[in-house]
Design a protein around this ligand. Structure first.
Ligand code: FE2
Length: 507
């Protein structure tokens, strides 16, 4: 068992750092990470950034040594090497390893000059494991709350963390303190800003690098990365709120060309800060980043989706609206044709007991009022792409594995049953969706949703008031989702407790 003492200390303290590294120009200020676990491989990550909020503070080529060991004391070396990094990748390091044993822990560390990085624990994927521990998180607005949930997650030491997006927020600097905001229907609610962003809204590669650095300097986020491998896919705020394909949130304020350049900067910075396998590809002015992928954790096969990069623009306008006829165009897609084809083949061929869609946005339907003919729905989510969703529901219902959806985006916890007709809870249930709340982001629509619960009988649990994450324990006959919530995300030392545990075998 990995001793957490090695890299975790008290609630507010940083990672364990060896004495030799406590120099003023310590380069591993952003910690370490691992991810994209395969049955025989893993990606190890770090970035040299002695001045993390000023572009990193490195210049020219740099030689980084790394070691992968069987033991937490770093004595039994399995692999080691030296890699060059430089300005073109923000002095980030990605080590893509293969040929490892499946389903086992490894420990890793980087070295630069006389500085040693923190030690990270990682774990390869496994086809044969009988159980899996998966943590699932999203939406970590730095200004809205502390990342206390990650301290709790690191202590659980999952096999893998599934992050479904909004790892950073692109907005500018707020105002510290509590302010009242109009939340509609004449109601007002208090929102807190507990700490501040480091710049105006981010647009350039320099901006994005410094924003990632700000977030990644958080000790609890670093602890969660050092405790387990992550699989990650961005949602909207890693680029621009509610962007879709090549369309920004506000096409009247940024040209298509400006947005394409911005998107490339955002993708490049994402690659430089995440333990993913491949950098973005630029063809002409069109950038793409491979984020969707399939991962196996014993009884669960996880299809990590990318529901932002290849989607058609939101129909009928953004946000919550009654549906319009454009929604029913069968060509409208949230994933793009290639990803849908890949997903359908995966669902059909799945040999695991559970087939999992890890989606940024909610898959199940939610009506925000009782209007009988045209209820208001969130058209940025799968509710805005109903024809494609039905194709996936049909495939999930026909498959042998039990369907599970993990989702984020909407800053509230919800346990939902998924039905053959997603608008009708009386139709056969095909599986369950676990929508995670946010690590830190606020939920201004929580009251509206609570008021509408009677219109949504497929929602079995709802909590829009607390921040946190979900612990999933998967066995051969049960998917157990334990919702961990932070008492008050505005207090860094706030306690974390279990809100509910939902067992599918009892549902
Ligand atoms: Fe979010």
């Amino acid at each position: 068992m990995f001793s957490r003492r090695l890299f975790l200390t008290s609630a507010s303290a940083a990672l364990w750092v060896p004495a030799s590294a406590r120099a003023s120009a310590y380069p591993f200020t952003l910690g370490v990470a691992s991810g994209s676990p395969r049955e025989d491989g893993i990606v190890l990550w770090t970035r040299l950034a002695p001045e993390p909020l000023k572009g990193g503070g490195m210049s020219g080529p740099a030689e980084v040594r790394w070691r992968l060991c069987e033991d937490e004391r770093m004595t039994k070396v399995v692999r080691q090497g030296v890699v060059m990094t430089g300005d073109d990748v923000g002095h980030s390091v990605h080590i893509v390893l293969s040929g490892l044993q499946s389903g086992r822990d490894y420990f890793y560390q980087f070295h630069y000059a006389d500085a040693d990085s923190p030690i990270g624990r990682t774990r390869t994927a496994s086809r044969t494991a009988t159980t899996a521990k998966l943590a699932h998180a999203s939406c970590q607005s730095y200004e809205s709350g502390y990342f206390t949930a990650y301290k709790d997650m690191a202590e659980w030491m999952p096999d893998c963390v599934i992050h479904v997006g909004d790892y950073i927020y692109e907005g500018g600097i707020g105002t510290l303190g509590t302010r009242m905001r109009d939340i509609g229907k004449g109601r007002r609610q208090a929102f807190e800003t507990v700490r501040l962003h480091n710049s105006a809204e981010i647009v350039t590669l320099w901006d994005y690098r410094n924003r990632y650095a700000l977030y990644k300097m958080d000790p609890h986020l670093q602890a969660a990365h050092a405790a387990a491998p992550w699989i990650v896919a961005m949602d909207d705020h890693e680029v621009d709120n509610n962007w879709a394909g090549d369309t920004p949130q506000d096409p009247y304020a940024q040209t298509m060309l400006e947005f394409r350049v911005r998107k490339l900067a955002a993708f490049q910075a994402y690659w430089e800060h995440m333990p993913i396998e491949k950098p973005p590809v630029l063809e002409g002015l069109k950038s793409t980043l491979q984020m969707y992928g399939r991962y196996r954790f014993g009884p669960a096969e996880v299809n990590l989706l990318d529901t932002r990069q290849f989607r058609d623009d939101q129909a009928c306008g953004d946000n919550r609206k009654p549906p319009c006829t454009a929604l029913l165009d069968p060509k409208r897609t949230l994933t793009g044709a290639a990803q849908e084809d890949w997903l359908l083949k995966g669902i059909n061929r799945c040999e695991a007991l559970f087939t999992v869609l890890a989606s940024q946005t909610w898959f199940g339907s939610f009506r925000y009022n009782g209007a009988p003919d045209a209820p208001e729905r969130n058209l940025d989510q799968w509710d805005g792409y109903p024809v494609q969703r039905q194709r996936l529901i049909d495939a999930l219902a026909a498959g042998k594995a039990r369907p599970i959806v993990l989702s984020g985006d909407w800053h509230c916890s919800a346990v939902m049953s998924l039905h053959r007709d997603p608008y009708e809870a009386k139709t056969p249930r095909i599986g369950h969706e676990f929508a995670g709340t946010s690590i830190a982001s606020a939920c201004p629509w929580a009251r509206d949703m609570k008021d509408a619960l009677s219109q949504n009988p497929h929602v079995h649990h709802y909590n829009g008031d607390q921040r946190g994450y979900v612990r999933h324990t998967v066995t051969r006959d049960n998917w157990s989702a334990e919702y961990r919530v932070v008492a008050d995300a505005g207090i860094e030392t706030s306690p974390v407790r279990t809100d509910i545990t939902f067992d599918t075998k009892e549902a």
